[in-house]
Ligand binder design. Structure first.
Ligand SMILES: NC(=O)c1ccc[n+]([C@@H]2O[C@H](COP(=O)([O-])OP(=O)(O)OC[C@H]3O[C@@H](n4cnc5c(N)ncnc54)[C@H](O)[C@@H]3O)[C@@H](O)[C@H]2O)c1
Length: 385
Protein backbone atom coordinates (compact mmCIF):
# COMPACT_ATOMS: atom_id res chain seq x y z
CA UNK A 1 0.00 0.00 0.00
CA UNK A 2 2.71 2.43 1.08
CA UNK A 3 4.58 1.56 -2.08
CA UNK A 4 1.69 2.40 -4.36
CA UNK A 5 1.19 5.74 -2.59
CA UNK A 6 4.86 6.51 -3.03
CA UNK A 7 4.99 5.37 -6.64
CA UNK A 8 6.35 8.49 -8.30
CA UNK A 9 5.56 7.31 -11.79
CA UNK A 10 1.85 7.03 -11.08
CA UNK A 11 1.92 10.53 -9.60
CA UNK A 12 3.37 11.64 -12.91
CA UNK A 13 0.50 10.08 -14.86
CA UNK A 14 -1.98 11.97 -12.68
CA UNK A 15 -0.04 15.18 -13.18
CA UNK A 16 -0.17 14.82 -16.95
CA UNK A 17 -3.88 14.07 -16.90
CA UNK A 18 -4.43 17.31 -15.00
CA UNK A 19 -2.36 19.34 -17.46
CA UNK A 20 -4.02 17.98 -20.58
CA UNK A 21 -6.77 20.58 -20.58
CA UNK A 22 -4.42 23.36 -21.73
CA UNK A 23 -5.06 22.47 -25.38
CA UNK A 24 -1.37 22.29 -26.29
CA UNK A 25 -0.81 18.92 -27.86
CA UNK A 26 2.52 17.44 -28.83
CA UNK A 27 2.39 16.82 -32.59
CA UNK A 28 3.83 13.40 -33.39
CA UNK A 29 4.70 11.68 -36.68
CA UNK A 30 5.27 7.94 -37.06
CA UNK A 31 8.12 6.83 -39.36
CA UNK A 32 7.66 3.20 -40.41
CA UNK A 33 4.19 1.70 -39.95
CA UNK A 34 5.08 -1.94 -39.28
CA UNK A 35 4.77 -4.21 -36.25
CA UNK A 36 6.22 -2.07 -33.47
CA UNK A 37 4.56 1.14 -34.67
CA UNK A 38 1.28 -0.37 -33.38
CA UNK A 39 2.62 -0.31 -29.80
CA UNK A 40 3.76 3.30 -30.22
CA UNK A 41 0.38 4.40 -31.54
CA UNK A 42 -1.59 2.45 -28.91
CA UNK A 43 0.36 4.21 -26.16
CA UNK A 44 0.37 7.68 -27.73
CA UNK A 45 -3.42 7.32 -27.90
CA UNK A 46 -3.43 6.93 -24.11
CA UNK A 47 -1.81 10.38 -23.80
CA UNK A 48 -4.43 13.14 -23.99
CA UNK A 49 -1.72 15.72 -24.65
CA UNK A 50 -0.46 14.01 -27.83
CA UNK A 51 -1.81 14.22 -31.37
CA UNK A 52 -0.59 11.82 -34.06
CA UNK A 53 -0.71 14.06 -37.13
CA UNK A 54 1.33 12.16 -39.75
CA UNK A 55 2.69 8.75 -40.71
CA UNK A 56 5.15 7.58 -43.35
CA UNK A 57 6.09 4.26 -44.88
CA UNK A 58 8.13 3.29 -47.92
CA UNK A 59 5.65 0.57 -48.93
CA UNK A 60 2.78 2.10 -50.95
CA UNK A 61 -0.57 1.80 -49.13
CA UNK A 62 0.96 0.46 -45.89
CA UNK A 63 0.62 3.64 -43.82
CA UNK A 64 -2.98 4.09 -44.98
CA UNK A 65 -3.95 0.54 -43.97
CA UNK A 66 -2.05 0.95 -40.70
CA UNK A 67 -4.01 4.09 -39.80
CA UNK A 68 -7.31 2.45 -40.66
CA UNK A 69 -6.47 -0.67 -38.61
CA UNK A 70 -5.33 1.39 -35.63
CA UNK A 71 -8.27 3.78 -35.53
CA UNK A 72 -6.27 6.84 -36.61
CA UNK A 73 -8.32 9.44 -38.44
CA UNK A 74 -7.21 12.56 -40.31
CA UNK A 75 -3.55 11.54 -40.24
CA UNK A 76 -1.55 12.86 -43.21
CA UNK A 77 0.36 10.15 -45.05
CA UNK A 78 3.78 10.24 -46.71
CA UNK A 79 5.93 7.89 -48.80
CA UNK A 80 9.06 8.36 -46.66
CA UNK A 81 10.48 10.14 -43.61
CA UNK A 82 11.92 13.08 -45.54
CA UNK A 83 8.70 14.16 -47.22
CA UNK A 84 6.86 13.91 -43.90
CA UNK A 85 9.40 15.94 -41.93
CA UNK A 86 9.68 18.55 -44.73
CA UNK A 87 5.91 19.05 -44.98
CA UNK A 88 4.90 18.94 -41.30
CA UNK A 89 5.58 21.06 -38.23
CA UNK A 90 6.28 18.12 -35.92
CA UNK A 91 7.32 18.25 -32.27
CA UNK A 92 8.43 14.61 -32.26
CA UNK A 93 8.72 11.45 -34.32
CA UNK A 94 8.83 7.79 -33.43
CA UNK A 95 11.40 6.04 -35.62
CA UNK A 96 9.84 2.58 -36.02
CA UNK A 97 11.71 1.50 -39.14
CA UNK A 98 13.93 -1.57 -39.50
CA UNK A 99 17.46 -1.17 -38.16
CA UNK A 100 19.12 -0.22 -41.46
CA UNK A 101 17.19 3.06 -41.71
CA UNK A 102 17.33 4.06 -38.01
CA UNK A 103 20.31 6.36 -38.52
CA UNK A 104 19.12 8.23 -41.63
CA UNK A 105 15.61 8.83 -40.24
CA UNK A 106 16.87 9.93 -36.82
CA UNK A 107 19.55 12.23 -38.20
CA UNK A 108 17.14 13.84 -40.68
CA UNK A 109 14.59 14.48 -37.93
CA UNK A 110 17.15 15.96 -35.54
CA UNK A 111 18.64 18.15 -38.27
CA UNK A 112 15.15 19.51 -38.91
CA UNK A 113 14.53 20.38 -35.25
CA UNK A 114 12.34 17.37 -34.39
CA UNK A 115 12.68 15.37 -31.15
CA UNK A 116 13.11 11.62 -31.67
CA UNK A 117 12.05 8.44 -29.92
CA UNK A 118 14.18 5.84 -31.70
CA UNK A 119 13.43 2.12 -31.51
CA UNK A 120 16.10 -0.29 -30.32
CA UNK A 121 18.72 -1.28 -31.35
CA UNK A 122 20.11 2.25 -31.78
CA UNK A 123 21.32 1.43 -35.31
CA UNK A 124 23.61 -1.07 -37.07
CA UNK A 125 27.19 0.25 -36.86
CA UNK A 126 29.20 2.31 -34.39
CA UNK A 127 29.86 4.81 -37.17
CA UNK A 128 26.10 5.39 -37.49
CA UNK A 129 25.76 5.72 -33.71
CA UNK A 130 28.47 8.41 -33.68
CA UNK A 131 26.71 10.28 -36.51
CA UNK A 132 23.40 10.10 -34.60
CA UNK A 133 25.00 11.46 -31.40
CA UNK A 134 26.68 14.28 -33.32
CA UNK A 135 23.39 15.24 -34.97
CA UNK A 136 21.69 15.20 -31.58
CA UNK A 137 24.37 17.41 -30.06
CA UNK A 138 24.27 19.90 -32.96
CA UNK A 139 20.47 20.06 -32.89
CA UNK A 140 19.96 20.56 -29.17
CA UNK A 141 16.89 18.32 -29.56
CA UNK A 142 15.91 15.31 -27.49
CA UNK A 143 16.77 11.76 -28.51
CA UNK A 144 15.66 8.78 -26.44
CA UNK A 145 16.22 5.14 -27.38
CA UNK A 146 13.37 2.65 -27.02
CA UNK A 147 14.52 0.32 -24.24
CA UNK A 148 11.21 -0.16 -22.38
CA UNK A 149 12.48 -3.00 -20.10
CA UNK A 150 14.44 -0.29 -18.26
CA UNK A 151 11.20 0.95 -16.76
CA UNK A 152 10.22 -2.39 -15.25
CA UNK A 153 10.31 -2.28 -11.43
CA UNK A 154 12.26 -5.58 -11.21
CA UNK A 155 14.80 -4.31 -13.72
CA UNK A 156 15.16 -1.12 -11.68
CA UNK A 157 15.81 -3.34 -8.65
CA UNK A 158 18.87 -4.83 -10.37
CA UNK A 159 20.37 -1.34 -10.60
CA UNK A 160 19.34 -0.48 -7.04
CA UNK A 161 21.05 -3.63 -5.70
CA UNK A 162 24.30 -2.80 -7.50
CA UNK A 163 24.17 0.87 -6.46
CA UNK A 164 23.47 -0.04 -2.82
CA UNK A 165 27.00 -1.48 -2.56
CA UNK A 166 25.58 -4.82 -1.36
CA UNK A 167 27.61 -6.68 -3.99
CA UNK A 168 30.90 -4.89 -3.24
CA UNK A 169 33.13 -4.32 -6.25
CA UNK A 170 31.60 -5.88 -9.36
CA UNK A 171 34.28 -7.74 -11.34
CA UNK A 172 32.49 -10.31 -13.55
CA UNK A 173 29.14 -10.38 -15.32
CA UNK A 174 27.56 -13.12 -17.38
CA UNK A 175 24.58 -11.99 -19.38
CA UNK A 176 22.50 -12.85 -22.38
CA UNK A 177 19.45 -14.84 -23.11
CA UNK A 178 17.84 -16.76 -25.81
CA UNK A 179 15.17 -18.76 -27.44
CA UNK A 180 15.19 -22.41 -28.39
CA UNK A 181 13.40 -21.56 -31.65
CA UNK A 182 12.48 -17.91 -31.98
CA UNK A 183 13.71 -16.32 -35.17
CA UNK A 184 11.29 -13.41 -35.65
CA UNK A 185 9.51 -13.77 -38.98
CA UNK A 186 5.82 -13.23 -38.14
CA UNK A 187 5.53 -10.26 -40.50
CA UNK A 188 8.02 -11.20 -43.19
CA UNK A 189 11.78 -11.01 -43.45
CA UNK A 190 12.77 -7.55 -42.19
CA UNK A 191 14.52 -9.03 -39.11
CA UNK A 192 16.50 -11.68 -41.02
CA UNK A 193 17.60 -9.86 -44.17
CA UNK A 194 20.90 -8.01 -43.92
CA UNK A 195 19.49 -5.32 -46.25
CA UNK A 196 16.87 -4.31 -43.66
CA UNK A 197 18.08 -5.65 -40.28
CA UNK A 198 21.85 -5.37 -40.65
CA UNK A 199 22.37 -7.53 -37.53
CA UNK A 200 20.33 -10.44 -36.16
CA UNK A 201 19.85 -11.77 -32.62
CA UNK A 202 22.98 -9.94 -31.50
CA UNK A 203 21.31 -6.55 -31.94
CA UNK A 204 17.62 -7.46 -31.73
CA UNK A 205 17.62 -9.08 -28.29
CA UNK A 206 21.31 -8.84 -27.38
CA UNK A 207 20.94 -5.09 -26.92
CA UNK A 208 18.47 -5.74 -24.05
CA UNK A 209 20.85 -8.02 -22.13
CA UNK A 210 23.66 -5.54 -22.55
CA UNK A 211 21.46 -2.67 -21.40
CA UNK A 212 20.27 -4.56 -18.33
CA UNK A 213 23.75 -5.04 -16.91
CA UNK A 214 25.51 -1.97 -18.29
CA UNK A 215 22.78 0.31 -16.96
CA UNK A 216 23.02 -1.42 -13.57
CA UNK A 217 26.75 -0.79 -13.28
CA UNK A 218 26.70 2.76 -14.67
CA UNK A 219 27.57 2.12 -18.33
CA UNK A 220 31.38 1.85 -18.16
CA UNK A 221 33.23 2.28 -21.43
CA UNK A 222 33.88 -0.94 -23.37
CA UNK A 223 37.56 -1.47 -24.19
CA UNK A 224 38.01 -4.74 -26.13
CA UNK A 225 35.82 -7.48 -27.55
CA UNK A 226 36.33 -11.04 -28.73
CA UNK A 227 33.17 -12.02 -30.55
CA UNK A 228 31.62 -14.97 -32.35
CA UNK A 229 28.46 -15.17 -34.46
CA UNK A 230 26.75 -18.06 -36.27
CA UNK A 231 23.72 -18.70 -38.47
CA UNK A 232 23.17 -22.49 -38.46
CA UNK A 233 19.40 -22.31 -37.78
CA UNK A 234 18.66 -19.20 -39.82
CA UNK A 235 20.10 -20.78 -42.93
CA UNK A 236 18.18 -24.06 -42.51
CA UNK A 237 14.87 -24.25 -44.45
CA UNK A 238 13.30 -26.55 -41.78
CA UNK A 239 13.36 -23.55 -39.42
CA UNK A 240 10.54 -21.94 -41.43
CA UNK A 241 7.55 -24.28 -41.84
CA UNK A 242 5.58 -22.90 -44.78
CA UNK A 243 8.35 -20.50 -45.79
CA UNK A 244 11.48 -22.52 -46.67
CA UNK A 245 12.54 -19.66 -48.98
CA UNK A 246 13.33 -17.55 -45.88
CA UNK A 247 16.51 -19.63 -45.46
CA UNK A 248 17.89 -18.04 -48.65
CA UNK A 249 17.03 -14.56 -47.38
CA UNK A 250 18.65 -15.13 -43.96
CA UNK A 251 21.83 -13.06 -43.97
CA UNK A 252 22.38 -12.04 -40.33
CA UNK A 253 23.38 -13.93 -37.13
CA UNK A 254 21.07 -16.17 -35.08
CA UNK A 255 23.57 -16.65 -32.23
CA UNK A 256 26.39 -14.57 -30.81
CA UNK A 257 28.84 -14.89 -27.94
CA UNK A 258 31.53 -12.54 -26.69
CA UNK A 259 34.11 -11.77 -24.05
CA UNK A 260 34.21 -8.04 -23.36
CA UNK A 261 36.57 -6.00 -21.19
CA UNK A 262 35.04 -2.88 -19.63
CA UNK A 263 36.71 0.12 -18.05
CA UNK A 264 37.17 -0.39 -14.31
CA UNK A 265 38.32 -4.00 -14.65
CA UNK A 266 34.91 -5.57 -15.26
CA UNK A 267 34.62 -8.65 -17.49
CA UNK A 268 31.41 -9.17 -19.43
CA UNK A 269 30.67 -12.66 -20.71
CA UNK A 270 27.79 -12.53 -23.19
CA UNK A 271 25.74 -14.93 -25.29
CA UNK A 272 22.48 -14.44 -27.16
CA UNK A 273 20.35 -16.71 -29.33
CA UNK A 274 17.32 -16.62 -31.59
CA UNK A 275 17.64 -20.38 -32.02
CA UNK A 276 19.67 -23.14 -30.35
CA UNK A 277 19.34 -26.66 -28.98
CA UNK A 278 18.82 -25.54 -25.40
CA UNK A 279 16.09 -23.77 -23.41
CA UNK A 280 18.23 -20.83 -22.25
CA UNK A 281 21.93 -20.04 -22.49
CA UNK A 282 21.88 -19.19 -18.79
CA UNK A 283 20.79 -16.66 -16.21
CA UNK A 284 22.43 -13.28 -15.84
CA UNK A 285 24.89 -13.24 -12.94
CA UNK A 286 26.72 -10.28 -11.44
CA UNK A 287 29.66 -11.25 -9.23
CA UNK A 288 30.92 -8.80 -6.64
CA UNK A 289 33.51 -9.05 -3.90
CA UNK A 290 30.84 -9.04 -1.15
CA UNK A 291 27.94 -10.84 -2.85
CA UNK A 292 26.66 -12.25 -6.12
CA UNK A 293 23.35 -11.55 -7.85
CA UNK A 294 21.42 -14.02 -10.02
CA UNK A 295 18.80 -12.65 -12.45
CA UNK A 296 16.75 -15.53 -13.90
CA UNK A 297 16.46 -15.59 -17.67
CA UNK A 298 13.25 -16.24 -19.60
CA UNK A 299 12.55 -18.83 -22.28
CA UNK A 300 11.78 -16.17 -24.85
CA UNK A 301 14.27 -13.45 -24.08
CA UNK A 302 12.80 -9.99 -24.64
CA UNK A 303 14.45 -8.03 -21.87
CA UNK A 304 12.16 -9.12 -19.05
CA UNK A 305 13.12 -11.01 -15.89
CA UNK A 306 12.13 -14.68 -15.46
CA UNK A 307 11.80 -14.91 -11.65
CA UNK A 308 12.86 -13.41 -8.32
CA UNK A 309 16.36 -11.94 -8.08
CA UNK A 310 18.61 -13.84 -5.67
CA UNK A 311 21.57 -12.49 -3.69
CA UNK A 312 24.28 -14.95 -2.54
CA UNK A 313 26.67 -13.98 0.25
CA UNK A 314 28.48 -15.24 3.32
CA UNK A 315 27.31 -13.95 6.71
CA UNK A 316 29.25 -14.95 9.87
CA UNK A 317 30.83 -17.79 7.92
CA UNK A 318 27.47 -19.12 6.70
CA UNK A 319 26.37 -19.25 3.07
CA UNK A 320 23.18 -17.20 2.86
CA UNK A 321 20.76 -16.67 -0.03
CA UNK A 322 18.21 -13.87 -0.11
CA UNK A 323 15.35 -13.83 -2.59
CA UNK A 324 13.93 -10.47 -3.60
CA UNK A 325 10.18 -10.86 -4.21
CA UNK A 326 9.14 -9.94 -7.75
CA UNK A 327 7.23 -6.72 -8.12
CA UNK A 328 4.09 -6.65 -10.25
CA UNK A 329 3.67 -3.29 -11.86
CA UNK A 330 0.27 -2.28 -13.14
CA UNK A 331 1.65 0.33 -15.56
CA UNK A 332 2.79 -1.06 -18.91
CA UNK A 333 6.50 -0.54 -19.66
CA UNK A 334 5.77 0.52 -23.22
CA UNK A 335 3.37 3.19 -21.95
CA UNK A 336 6.10 4.44 -19.60
CA UNK A 337 8.53 4.65 -22.50
CA UNK A 338 6.11 6.82 -24.50
CA UNK A 339 4.91 8.89 -21.55
CA UNK A 340 8.38 9.68 -20.22
CA UNK A 341 9.55 10.66 -23.71
CA UNK A 342 6.60 13.04 -24.13
CA UNK A 343 7.17 14.49 -20.65
CA UNK A 344 10.83 15.12 -21.51
CA UNK A 345 9.81 16.80 -24.80
CA UNK A 346 7.29 19.04 -23.02
CA UNK A 347 9.44 19.90 -20.05
CA UNK A 348 12.81 20.07 -21.80
CA UNK A 349 13.98 17.26 -19.54
CA UNK A 350 16.78 14.75 -20.06
CA UNK A 351 16.28 11.78 -22.34
CA UNK A 352 14.79 8.83 -20.41
CA UNK A 353 17.25 6.51 -22.23
CA UNK A 354 20.13 8.70 -23.41
CA UNK A 355 22.30 8.09 -26.48
CA UNK A 356 25.38 8.86 -24.34
CA UNK A 357 24.81 5.44 -22.72
CA UNK A 358 23.44 3.49 -25.65
CA UNK A 359 26.41 4.39 -27.85
CA UNK A 360 28.41 1.97 -25.61
CA UNK A 361 25.78 -0.71 -26.16
CA UNK A 362 26.09 -0.16 -29.91
CA UNK A 363 29.89 -0.08 -29.71
CA UNK A 364 29.88 -3.56 -28.14
CA UNK A 365 27.48 -4.92 -30.77
CA UNK A 366 29.66 -3.39 -33.49
CA UNK A 367 32.78 -4.80 -31.84
CA UNK A 368 31.29 -8.31 -31.70
CA UNK A 369 30.37 -8.14 -35.40
CA UNK A 370 33.85 -6.91 -36.36
CA UNK A 371 35.67 -9.41 -34.17
CA UNK A 372 33.55 -12.30 -35.46
CA UNK A 373 34.41 -11.37 -39.06
CA UNK A 374 38.14 -10.96 -38.31
CA UNK A 375 38.36 -14.00 -36.01
CA UNK A 376 40.31 -12.10 -33.36
CA UNK A 377 39.98 -9.61 -30.52
CA UNK A 378 39.29 -5.99 -31.49
CA UNK A 379 39.71 -2.71 -29.63
CA UNK A 380 36.75 -0.40 -29.22
CA UNK A 381 37.55 3.12 -30.21
CA UNK A 382 34.74 5.65 -29.88
CA UNK A 383 35.48 9.01 -31.52
CA UNK A 384 34.74 12.31 -29.76
CA UNK A 385 31.12 13.37 -30.23
N1 LIG B 1 10.86 -2.20 -28.38
C1 LIG B 1 10.36 -3.34 -28.75
O1 LIG B 1 9.80 -4.09 -27.94
C2 LIG B 1 10.46 -3.76 -30.18
C3 LIG B 1 9.73 -4.87 -30.64
C4 LIG B 1 9.79 -5.18 -32.00
C5 LIG B 1 10.59 -4.43 -32.84
N2 LIG B 1 11.33 -3.40 -32.36
C6 LIG B 1 12.20 -2.62 -33.25
O2 LIG B 1 11.40 -1.79 -34.07
C7 LIG B 1 11.98 -1.66 -35.36
C8 LIG B 1 10.94 -2.00 -36.41
O3 LIG B 1 10.52 -3.32 -36.24
P1 LIG B 1 9.18 -3.84 -36.94
O4 LIG B 1 9.00 -5.25 -36.53
O5 LIG B 1 8.08 -2.87 -36.73
O6 LIG B 1 9.64 -3.79 -38.48
P2 LIG B 1 8.72 -3.85 -39.78
O7 LIG B 1 9.58 -4.36 -40.85
O8 LIG B 1 7.42 -4.55 -39.45
O9 LIG B 1 8.36 -2.32 -40.06
C9 LIG B 1 9.30 -1.37 -40.43
C10 LIG B 1 8.66 -0.44 -41.43
O10 LIG B 1 9.51 0.69 -41.63
C11 LIG B 1 9.34 1.11 -42.98
N3 LIG B 1 10.45 2.00 -43.33
C12 LIG B 1 11.78 1.69 -43.43
N4 LIG B 1 12.50 2.79 -43.75
C13 LIG B 1 11.61 3.81 -43.84
C14 LIG B 1 11.74 5.20 -44.16
N5 LIG B 1 12.92 5.75 -44.43
N6 LIG B 1 10.61 5.98 -44.16
C15 LIG B 1 9.40 5.42 -43.89
N7 LIG B 1 9.22 4.10 -43.61
C16 LIG B 1 10.32 3.32 -43.58
C17 LIG B 1 9.30 -0.20 -43.75
O11 LIG B 1 8.73 -0.04 -45.03
C18 LIG B 1 8.44 -1.06 -42.81
O12 LIG B 1 7.09 -1.03 -43.15
C19 LIG B 1 13.21 -2.58 -35.39
O13 LIG B 1 14.37 -1.82 -35.25
C20 LIG B 1 13.00 -3.49 -34.18
O14 LIG B 1 14.22 -3.89 -33.57
C21 LIG B 1 11.25 -3.03 -31.06
Amino acid sequence: MAESILDRFKEKVEEVKDRSGDGKKVKVGIIGTGWIAEAHVANYLKCPDVEIVAAADLIPGKAEKFCKDNGLEGVRLYPDHKSMIDAEQLDAVSVCTYNRTHAECTIYALEHGVNVLLEKPMCVTLEEAVAICRAEKASGKLLSIGFQPRFDENMKMVKKVVESGELGKVYYIQTGGGRRRGIPTPYGTSFIDDKTAGIGALADIGCYSLDMVLNAIGYPKPLTVTGYTSDFFGKDPVTYPGHPEYADVFSVDDFAAAFIRLEGGVILDFRISWAMNLDTPGDTIILGTKAGLRIPSTECWNGSIGGPLKIYKNIAGEEVETEIPQKHDDVDNFYKKIRLFIDAVKEGGAAPVPSSQIIYNQAIIDGISRSAKLGKEVEIDIPEI
